[in-house]
Design a binder for this molecule. Structure first.
Ligand code: NAD
Length: 315
């Protein structure tokens, strides 16, 4: 079987890992790395001597089957548009685009016979498979509390914390719970940058459920968690230490009312690459589609609008 020729666009913090995964999959060949920044280009050449290292995607566009976009968010729209216009499969890191205006301009260019995958990698945690039956069993309103905060690391300050971190949890809410959104209200602080550094969004749903989603990059400790409280009890997921605890309403087991378990840590990026190539080959369905990515860009716009206007957004 001939391999799919892949260009990775952007050899920065995350691009390096994407290149490794392209090389790790049987179906793909790292044909090119597109990187305009000299220092990163030099490292790319050293680490991937068999790949073409170029400044611009147009230098290799006729030689590739697919492009993997791992560049700053502000470039995702232009690069996706160029790849779509040239009939390529695309794996674009999150966020899909900077805003809904760009998403709406890309949408008519989507081809039925080409794969467009978006990098919402947090869906790859094994815990969502393990807990889906418990989540589905919840009747009535639930209170979801998601936190993703860390000390300042100086990364991704070109965007608000909403596009950088909250995007993961907005996606996880709708991935795990099929609920109809009726209202969003957001509160935030610009602490260290001229962008929103710490934001809490309150989402209200038609069945009376609520989700409180907090993301911050100027916190005093590192937390990545989801708590689900309902009439069935409490489920707490620690995405940082890969564990979950269930305090159900059932009898104690071995004298304990709380069951805590670890779950296997998986290579999310590798899973995403495997899915991308299997989808191109027609053997799987895309795990995060263009429409999934678009929905979250819309929610980000809503959160930012609420922050800027200090008003609720109603649906
Ligand atoms: N899924 C996740 O969990 C996750 C984690 C981190 C980053 N990301 C996303 O990945 C993307 C990249 O993040 P990063 O931290 O690697 O950024 P980075 O700034 O470290 O790297 C981006 C690289 O792209 C290069 N670049 C800029 N314009 C380019 C162009 N037109 N063509 C080719 N290369 C270009 C830059 O020179 C740089 O080397 C962002 O969109 C970010 O949101 C996703």
């Amino acid at each position: 079987m001939s391999k799919l020729n892949i260009a990775v666009l952007g050899y920065g913090h995350l691009g390096k890992w994407h290149c490794q995964k392209v090389e790790a999959c049987d179906e793909s060949n790292l044909f090119a790395i597109v990187e305009p920044f000299e220092a990163n280009k030099k490292i790319a050449k050293e680490n991937h001597p068999n790949a073409k290292i170029v400044d611009d995607i147009n230098e290799v566009i006729n030689d590739i089957d697919a492009g993997v976009i791992v560049t700053p968010t502000s470039t995702h729209f232009e690069l996706s548009k160029y790849l779509l216009e040239n009939n390529k499969h695309i794996f674009c890191e999150k966020p899909l685009c900077s805003n809904m205006e760009q998403v709406n301009e890309l949408k008519p260019l989507i081809k039925k016979d080409k794969v467009f995958q978006v990098g919402h990698s947090e869906r790859c945690h094994k815990v969502w498979d393990l807990l889906s039956a418990d989540f589905n069993a919840i009747e009535g309103a639930a209170l979801l509390d998601l936190n993703r905060v860390a000390e300042f690391k100086g990364r991704a300050t070109d965007v608000d914390v909403v596009q950088d971190l909250m995007i993961h949890d907005l996606d996880l809410v709708f991935y795990n719970f099929k609920k109809e959104l009726v209202k969003i209200k957001a509160f935030g602080h610009k602490i260290r940058t001229d962008k929103w550094d710490h934001v809490t969004a309150i989402l209200e749903f038609s069945d009376g459920s609520m989700a409180k989603v907090t993301s911050g990059r100027n916190h005093v400790k590192e937390i990545r968690s989801m708590e689900v409280m309902s009439d069935n009890g409490c489920i707490y997921v620690d995405l940082f230490e890969n564990s979950y605890s269930i305090g159900s309403k059932g009898e104690a087991i071995d004298g304990e009312f709380v069951k805590k378990q670890s779950y296997e840590k998986r290579d999310h990026l590798l899973i995403e690459h495997q899915n991308f190539y299997q989808t191109i080959l027609g053997k799987q369905d895309v795990m995060v589609s263009f429409d999934d990515g678009a929905k979250i860009v819309g929610l980000i716009d809503n959160v930012l609008e609420s922050l800027e206007t200090n008003k609720e957004i109603l649906f």
